[in-house]
Design a protein around this ligand. Structure first.
Ligand SMILES: [Zn+2]
Length: 121
């Protein structure tokens, strides 16, 4: 992480902590969402096909948030371990500008582009 100054690291950490708080808040709102309870529990005054669609959309959203939360926590752990900001594919430092835009990034832009072309991540 030598390519990142202590100020930059602090900034990125704050960014990650803020993202984590946001995701947790959104996940919490899903918990209290009645449409996410098992179908059949809600009265049949609502069209069940529409309801099912809305439910599936929310479930997908929730899954995406959960995956993102894991990435944020992973990034924070790497920060603790001192391996944050190093590309997991080529071992080169990831540019600060890229981390600022996407603090959970684990690949440098070159590897990310290459891996995307191969259909990963
Ligand atoms: Zn790389």
């Amino acid at each position: 992480m030598e390519h990142l100054s202590p100020e930059q690291l602090r900034e990125l950490k704050e960014l990650l902590l803020r993202r984590r708080a946001e995701v947790l808040k959104r996940l919490e709102s899903f918990l209290s969402d009645p449409t996410l309870k098992a179908s059949g529990e809600i009265g049949d005054e609502v069209d069940s096909a529409d309801l099912e669609m809305a439910r599936l959309t929310k479930i997908r959203l929730r899954e995406r948030e959960t995956v993102y939360l894991k990435k944020v926590e992973y990034a924070l752990r790497k920060m603790e371990e001192g391996t944050y900001g190093i590309c997991e594919n080529c071992g080169r430092p990831i540019a600060y500008e890229r981390l600022k835009a996407r603090p959970v990034a684990v690949y440098c832009i070159e590897c990310k582009t290459k891996l995307e072309a191969e259909g990963e991540e």
